[in-house]
Design a protein around this ligand. Sequence first.
Ligand SMILES: *[C@@H]1O[C@H](CO)[C@@H](O)[C@H](O)[C@H]1NC(C)=O
Length: 502
Amino acid sequence: MSLLRLALPTLIVLLHLSSVNAARRHDYGDALRKSILFFEGQRSGNLPPDQRLKWRRDSALRDGSTAGVLKVTVRLAVITGGLDGGYYDAGDNVKFGFPMAFTTTMLSWSIIDFGKNMGGVEANNAVAAVRWATDYLLKATAVPGTVFVQVGDALSDHGCWERPEDMDTLRTVYKIDQNHPGSDVAGETAAALAAASIVFRSRDPRYSSLLLSRAISVFEFADKHRGAYSSSLRKAVCPFYCDFNGYQDELLWGAAWLHKASRRREYREYIVKNEVVLHAGDTINEFGWDNKHAGINVLISKEVLMGKADYLKSFQNNADSFICSLLPGVSNSQVQYSPGGLIFKTGGSNMQHVTSLSFLLLAYSNYLSHANKVVPCGGKSATSTQLRLLAKRQVDYILGDNPLRMSYMVGYGPRYPMRIHHRGSSLPSITAHPGHIQCKEGTRFYLSPNPNPNVLVGAVVGGPNRSDAFPDSRPFFQESEPTTYINAPLVGLLAYFWAHGA
Ligand SMILES: *[C@@H]1O[C@H](CO)[C@@H](O)[C@H](O)[C@H]1NC(C)=O
């Protein structure tokens, strides 16, 4: 019997049963702590004394000082002291600005909606994870009219299997400016800075206003000089974080976050004026570092559902139809599920879709429940409880309720991925092997059948294939590589389920 063909009422019963019958209850608090700890393993730059993942050390301290950008760098050095810091996106050692900004936006959204569910200690750890990114994004946007969007030549980096601490590959710096626009990466960077300004509003008001004023100027640049960054930076960013989907969504997304953060009328007017021009309703069942459409509509719907913005009702209609597209058994259902019940989309690193779509399900479920509303899906309707249970089913799959009975979060539960595609995790640590390990010397560790020596606690990998199978092998990077944007939305999901239980 296929889950996809069941009518909604049957599905609700099944979801209820599966949570009641689950062999073990998950320790969401443990998973939450680990999901945040993971970000410490991705840190670039000068590590602070309270760094908890001890097998990592300082790396890439001279980022931003390569010869190619000497002129700008001299100016930048005066203003900011270079481009050290920030996060490596995944299992390599490149700092890609586009996914780093999206990660920051989602970590911030996790805290904005679910920070109250985290408890003081984990809320502080999550906020520190945001600040590690925003400190960097402030440097990357310190020169007006310029955004530094990447450090590291991806081809040079991917040609080596090296610890970040040993890295001697090209640290080329890439930027956008008015002659080489990038409304995608600049729009997402503005969204990240604006969202983070909300996180810091009461915690650190001065930092918060700095973030907000920077968000405003970066958005202005993004909107005034329109274009996709992959036009001028194709060789550097494609196929890794090429803008496949266009920059229009990031402009609306940036405006939506600026509206939420600043309450300025100009952003509300921008959203209303540009809704159609910038295709707010397009490709609605996607949400990730490239495509923000579903996120825009869910974010803006909150205000409509709170009765504060009836003129934005069309965004709620879009959000409703997005939600219907995720629910198995409704007429316009479009999203596929694996036989074991995991949301599955083609293209690799499937877990990024699972966590970001589940985040939207849970956030929307909360907005609906406060407004006492349901989602109309064809002739049926979906309740906030159904949305929440579907999100929980996805989180539980990640933590071990799946055909292989394994957790896809490293270090959580009795069985988890041991050979993740991650340079730092798979090579011996600096403590174990103080000598330099050169580019090609790393290959034998990459190809080794042994488990990784350094446990990257909390990393969630790309996950199983369409048939719920998982190779647990480094060369299968689509399955075994963790990324920061898989974890960022998961932080919010885990906080909620920790606070609210099963
Ligand atoms: C998933 O992986 C398993 C084991 O490697 C393989 O047998 C199966 O064909 C794969 N399924 C798909 C749909 O790729």
